[in-house]
Ligand binder design. Structure first.
Ligand code: SF4
Length: 240
C-alpha cells in the first residue's frame, strides 16, 4: 500500500503524538512494529466479536469465529500461544454469558467510516454502535482491560472523539453516548456525548496533520515504553 500523508486515522495520529519517530518508522518508512502476545490476543478477540455481531449465533459460533481469526504472531513459544489462546477463549465465554442478559440493538459492528476534512481524509473503524431511544446511538470501543479505564479516560479519549466525528459526519448518526466496553471485567464505561468539543478535536487533527506532512521531528517519546525501542535508531532504551 502506498503511503498517503493526506489520509489520517487515529492510530497514525496517536503514533505521531506518542513520538514523531514512531510515526515515521511505521507510516513513512513502512516498517512494522513487532506484535506482542497482548496485541495479537486483542486483535483476535476483536475480530471474533466483529464476526459475531455480523453473524450472531451461539457460544460455539463465537468460539469458532475466534479460532478462525486467531493470530499466531507475537508469541515466543507454542506454550505461550496456547496460554493466551485459552485466556481469550475464557474472556469470550464470559462475554457471551453477559451478552445473553444484556443484549443490545447493534446498528453497526466493525464499521468503517471516512470523511473529508480540509486537505485530509479521516478514516476509522468503529467496534460497535448500538441504537439508543430517541433516534440516538452509542459508540462503543472494545478494550481487553489490560489497563484500567474509567470515565476520565472516556472523556479524554482522542480515539472516541475522532470516531464520534466519523459517526456523525460520514454515517449521519446522532451520537448520544461514547465509551468503552471492558472485556475482562464485563463493564461498560460510557458518557453522554458532548459535541461542543468537536472544534478542538479538529484543531488537534489539523495541527498534528500539518506536522506529519512536514515530518517535524522535534521531540522523542517515552523510549523505555516504546514498542520499537530495540529497532529505532533514535532509541535511548535499546537494551530495555
Ligand atoms: S524508541 Fe524512542 S525515539 Fe524511537 S520511536 Fe520510540 S519513543 Fe521515539
Amino acid at each position: 500500500m502506498i503511503f498517503d500523508p493526506f489520509e489520517l486515522n487515529y492510530s497514525k495520529i496517536r503514533a505521531y503524538l506518542d513520538c514523531p519517530f514512531l510515526y515515521r518508522y511505521i507510516y513513512a518508512e513502512r516498517k512494522f512494529a513487532p506484535q506482542t502476545p497482548f496485541s495479537s490476543l486483542g486483535l483476535s478477540v476483536h475480530r471474533a466479536l466483529g464476526a459475531f455481531h455480523a453473524r450472531p449465533g451461539d457460544l460455539g459460533d463465537l468460539l469458532q469465529y475466534y479460532e478462525d481469526n486467531w493470530i499466531h504472531h507475537g508469541y515466543g513459544r507454542a506454550q505461550e500461544s496456547m496460554e493466551f489462546y485459552n485466556r481469550g477463549a475464557r474472556v469470550l465465554e464470559a462475554w457471551w454469558l453477559h451478552w445473553q442478559a444484556n443484549t443490545a440493538a447493534v446498528l453497526y459492528s466493525e464499521k468503517h467510516f471516512e470523511f473529508p476534512f480540509e486537505k485530509w481524509r479521516i478514516k476509522g473503524t468503529i467496534d460497535r454502535v448500538d441504537r439508543l431511544p430517541g433516534g440516538l446511538v452509542e459508540l462503543l470501543d472494545y478494550k481487553m482491560g489490560f489497563e484500567d479505564r474509567n470515565e476520565w479516560d472516556v472523556a479524554g479519549s482522542l480515539q472516541l472523539k475522532i470516531y464520534a466525528l466519523g459517526l456523525a459526519r460520514a454515517l449521519r448518526q446522532k451520537v448520544g453516548a461514547t465509551g468503552y466496553f471492558i472485556l475482562t471485567s464485563l463493564q461498560k464505561v460510557s458518557l453522554p456525548y458532548d459535541p461542543s468539543g468537536e472544534e478542538a478535536t479538529l484543531a488537534l487533527i489539523r495541527e498534528t496533520g500539518d506536522k506529519m506532512l512536514a515530518l517535524t521531528m522535534d521531540r522523542k517519546g517515552n523510549c523505555p515504553r516504546c514498542p520499537i525501542r530495540r529497532l529505532c535508531p533514535e532509541s535511548t532504551a535499546k537494551e530495555e
